[in-house]
Ligand binder design. Structure first.
Ligand code: DX5
Ligand code: ZN
Length: 216
């Protein structure tokens, strides 16, 4: 499968979300990556439901919603109503991950689990079959524009082995510090979805930058 590109709107121009959404519609981007932060699970607050609703009115591609919040179960139905295609919760934020994933799926969404840089992938051994997308954080979540943590390559390989050993169809997504310097190596290691915020939106030509990532 050709890698999927999921630009993160966290790096978009919030005064021009319609324009930036249309740029993504007309590009080779596959998903819209939406970062929701609560100021508790991570030391930053991004945006919430009204902004997601506004983006959703213009987006013509699946919404990949990454929840960096505590107690994500409280909001699963609301994100389903806002048309999230993938809803990702953090492993570290869920006491009953299996229950959270079943709830996401029962609301008609694909279920994602994100792992912080320090969380080992083997913790997913007994639940990998229930996960549609594993999001490996390659920076500490909370901010865009940070530099890529190189140990992520080892985690992609370990996760790929775990998925293959169980014959699962889980996708591997990489989030944080993705650029043309690491994208190819990540794909070679087994990544299926690349999130890119600053690298796309701060580029002189975002559409071309997306096309370049897609062509790797
Ligand atoms: C970080 C977010 C990322 C972020 C990526 O907490 O989950 O999705 O927007 O931004 P870059 O690509 O700039 O590291
Ligand atoms: Zn994210």
């Amino acid at each position: 499968m050709k890698q999927l590109i999921a630009p993160s709107l966290l790096a978009a121009d919030f005064g021009n979300l319609q324009r930036d959404s249309e740029m993504l519609n007309n590009s080779e981007a596959d998903w819209f990556h939406i970062d929701i932060m609560d100021g508790v699970f991570v030391p930053n607050i991004s945006y919430g439901m009204p902004v997601l609703k506004a983006i959703g009115e213009h987006a013509q591609k699946p919404l990949d919603v990454h929840l960096m919040i505590v107690e994500p179960d409280r909001y699963i139905e609301e994100f389903a109503a806002l048309n999230a295609a993938v809803l990702t919760v953090h492993y570290e934020a869920c006491n009953h991950l299996h229950r959270s994933l079943q709830k996401i799926k029962s609301c008609g969404m694909n279920a994602g689990v994100a792992l912080n840089p320090h969380t080992p992938v083997h913790l997913l051994t007994d639940i990998i079959q229930d996960i549609d997308v594993v999001c490996l954080m390659s920076v500490n979540p909370g901010f865009g524009g940070q530099s890529f943590i190189k140990n992520t390559y080892n985690k992609v390989k370990a996760l790929k082995d775990l998925i293959t050993a169980q014959g699962s169809t889980t996708l591997i997504e990489i989030d944080g510090g993705v650029t043309d310097k690491n994208a190819k190596a990540l794909i070679d290691a087994g990544a299926d979805v690349l999130v890119a915020g600053s690298f796309v939106f701060k580029a002189e030509n975002p559409t071309q930058t997306i096309a370049n990532l897609k062509a790797l």
